[in-house]
Structures are given as structure tokens and as C-alpha cells.
Ligand binder design. Structure first.
Ligand code: HEC
Length: 207
């Protein structure tokens, strides 16, 4: 019986348990019948007993073979269990991003890796906060100012030219517009970064 118990434990999940039980019963039955046959002169004692022994033996053999086949089929399509799975299984809330490199390290720390900030995005905010929209039409900013020229198309100009129009608007006056209307103070009120981001913004949205 201890062999049966050891075999049962080897079938870790209990999937094999019915097969081991049937096989163990069949073995016990065979040993018992064999022992009785050796020990007694007349065994089985009647034809009814012969049929009963034959019937029980047949049931045990069929059950054991059937369970052996059933267990083997299930074993071919096992339910994945942690100890059987090779590789990494994503756990809920865990990122599958590769763990190498700085982005991976950031991901492992729980922070989403952020894309490098586009200066044009900052430029859009500067455009609003500096009040450019009060005098200029720019669809992307939703501005409809009519004091200065529309900035649609200005983004196609070279960056240096756009920058000059912002920091030194009186250097070249747009045809049809007067000098000294656009403030010439943005080079002082805005940082160099803010002006560069404004230029990047106009090149992106106003070309
Ligand atoms: C008070 C009104 C006013 C404000 C505010 C203003 N501008 Fe102007 N802007 C003008 C006028 C008028 C002109 C045309 C005369 C000139 O070229 O100086 C102009 C010209 C320009 C031009 C040249 C356009 C072209 O077609 O070449 C650019 C670029 C420009 N502005 C950008 C800006 C930006 C960016 C801001 C915000 C930082 C701004 N402006 C704020 C009135 C304004």
C-alpha cells in the first residue's frame, strides 16, 4: 500500500490519482486471487464465484486501462501550472517591457518612460501666455487676432527668419503693417528657450 501512496504523491496534482487507485486495486485483487488459488485446493468454490471473480477482474482491468488512456490524453494537453511554464508570465499590473536599458529600468520602477519633450509643445503654451494670439490668426492656437498678419504659412520660413520677426519685429516690417505695433520686447520678456520653442511651434503648426 505504501508503494501506492508514493506513486500517488508523484502524480503531484492528483490528475493521476484515479489511475493509481484502479491499478493498485487491480494489483491487490490479483495478489489476493492468486494467493487464494495457491492456498486452497478448490478455488473458486463454485461456478458462481468463478463468474464473480471473472467479472470483478474484468471491471478492474477495463477501469485501469481506461483511466491510463484518459490520464495520458489529459497529460498531452496539461493545464499550464507555474512550475511547468518556461519563461516569464506577466502578472496583473506588471509591464512586459524589456527590462534592459534606462527605459526598462524606469518601467520596472513603475514609471512610464516618457518620450523626449517636443519643444513645439512648450511653444504652443508660450504662444498663448505671451499673448501672440491677440494680434495674429493661428488656427492651431485657435487665435483670431487681426492687428498683425495671419501667421498661417509663416512656419515655412527658415527658423532664423521667424526668430528675427519675434525678437526684432521692426527689422523688417510686413507690407501693409506699421512698425512698432508688435512689441519689440519679447527678447527680454521671454527666455531664449521659450523663443526657440515658439519658433519650433510655428514651424510645426503654421507651415
Ligand atoms: C500687439 C500686437 C502683436 C502682438 C502681441 C504680437 N505681434 Fe507679431 N506682429 C504684429 C504686427 C503688426 C506684425 C507686422 C509688422 C511687423 O512685421 O513687425 C507682426 C509680425 C509678426 C511676424 C512676422 C509675420 C510675417 O508674415 O513675416 C511674426 C512671425 C510674428 N509677428 C509673431 C509673433 C509672435 C510669436 C508673437 C507672440 C510672442 C507676436 N507676434 C505678438 C503684431 C503683434
Amino acid at each position: 500500500m505504501s508503494a501506492l501512496l508514493i506513486a500517488t504523491e508523484a502524480g503531484s496534482s492528483g490528475e493521476h490519482l484515479p489511475f493509481y487507485l484502479a491499478a493498485g486495486l487491480l494489483a491487490l485483487w490479483a495478489v489476493t486471487i492468486g494467493g487464494l488459488g495457491i492456498a486452497r485446493k478448490t478455488f473458486p468454490t463454485s461456478s458462481g464465484a468463478t463468474w464473480a471473480i471473472g467479472g470483478i477482474t474484468a471491471v478492474l482491468v477495463i477501469a485501469t486501462v481506461g483511466l491510463a488512456i484518459g490520464t495520458a490524453v489529459r497529460f498531452d494537453n496539461p493545464t499550464p501550472r507555474p512550475e511547468n511554464v518556461v519563461g516569464v508570465v506577466p502578472q496583473p499590473g506588471q509591464s512586459m517591457a524589456p527590462a534592459d536599458g534606462a527605459a526598462g529600468a524606469a518601467g520596472a520602477a513603475g514609471a512610464e518612460p516618457t518620450a523626449k519633450a517636443d519643444p513645439a509643445d512648450a511653444g504652443g503654451k508660450v504662444f498663448v501666455s505671451a499673448g501672440c494670439g491677440a494680434c495674429h490668426v493661428l488656427k492651431a492656437a485657435g487665435s483670431v487676432g487681426k492687428i498683425g498678419p495671419s501667421l498661417e504659412g509663416v512656419g515655412a520660413d527658415p527658423a532664423a527668419m521667424i526668430k528675427k520677426s519675434i525678437v526684432n519685429p521692426n527689422a523688417e516690417i510686413q507690407a501693409g503693417y506699421a512698425a512698432n505695433i508688435m512689441p519689440a520686447t519679447f527678447s527680454k520678456t521671454l527666455s531664449a528657450d521659450q523663443i526657440d520653442s515658439l519658433v519650433a511651434y510655428l514651424q510645426k503648426v503654421a507651415s
